[in-house]
Design a protein around this ligand. Sequence first.
Ligand SMILES: Cc1ccc(OCc2nc(C(=O)N[C@H]3CCS(=O)(=O)C3)cs2)cc1
Length: 346
Amino acid sequence: QSAIEGLEQDIASAILNAGDEAGLEEIRISALGKKGSVSDLLKSLGAMSPDERKVMGPAINGLRDRVQGLLSHRKAALKTAALEARLATETVDVTLPVREAAAETGRVHPIAQVMEELTAIFADMGFSVAEGPDIEDDFHNFTALNFPPGHPAREMHDTFFLPPGADGQRKVLRTHTSPVQVRTMQAKKPPIRVICPGRTYRCDSDQTHTPMFHQVEGLVIDKGAHLGHLKWILEEFCKSFFEVEGVKMRFRPSFFPFTEPSMEVDIQCDRSRPGEIRFGEGNDWLEILGCGMVHPNVLRNCGLDPDEYQGFAWGMGIDRIAMLKYGMSDLRAFFEADVRWLSHYG
Ligand SMILES: Cc1ccc(OCc2nc(C(=O)N[C@H]3CCS(=O)(=O)C3)cs2)cc1
């Protein structure tokens, strides 16, 4: 009898001191498991005399019942304590005031800032802004612009193709904003002075080219528009955008299907200091845009008579220019919507 009472004391104190459910489970196994202390006593009943069993039976079964009761109460208490501990740490007090930083107002994305700045500069020179669809058809994105069939730019490695539209036409994500000028020439009689900012898409993305990027193109169509006008417009743009009075520019011969002659334009800069670039000084050159006289085929494709009208156009990638202006190294940062980055540049 006293052995049973001693065992019960030991098991009871072990149960009450169990710190968690895992510890409690070990105590249960050591008492009630196959080789448990209480299980051994229950097995010993088989070898007792009937008289002895009459006394020891109820005593040992009582011990097992009381141990099971203690275990289940302790288990419930430990579960409740664990839940309360979690609730205490995970409780969110929604009545707390918003953190200062989170309450900041929104920012204009650097690309949007540059778009607005470019648009304003050209608006001051008498240009209006023309916009058009991002999803274009083959004609407006390639054929009207004098891209011959089979031209590599039409291939999948450069261009995102979409399932054909309801009209059965091949649809593409526009690879430049030039289709907008095409649509403008189809819709408006000259003189035309438009700039076409917007998103453009190319397949061949890598660490310095993202699949979506931004361009601003310009178009002037008039009876006597010539390269002298183009040169002046681009100089005025560079002076305003790069904020330098005497900016030196270099016009290099180039080729584009939609312009003839075609040129690429560099501006003078100084990149001698690492990670820094200055415009209007130095002996280095930075390519900023391409331009040229609109090819006669393009004028014809857009319903204009090349013997009556002529014009010039240019195109520039905005993302690169914005990176230069803001001194950023990684183009991808533009598209990660990292609030810290945006608030720094915004
Ligand atoms: C109807 C029409 C006729 C002519 C046109 O000429 C637009 C032009 N674009 C460029 C040019 O070099 N563009 C590139 C600069 C960097 S970029 O973003 O990769 C695209 C030269 S002339 C456009 C529309």
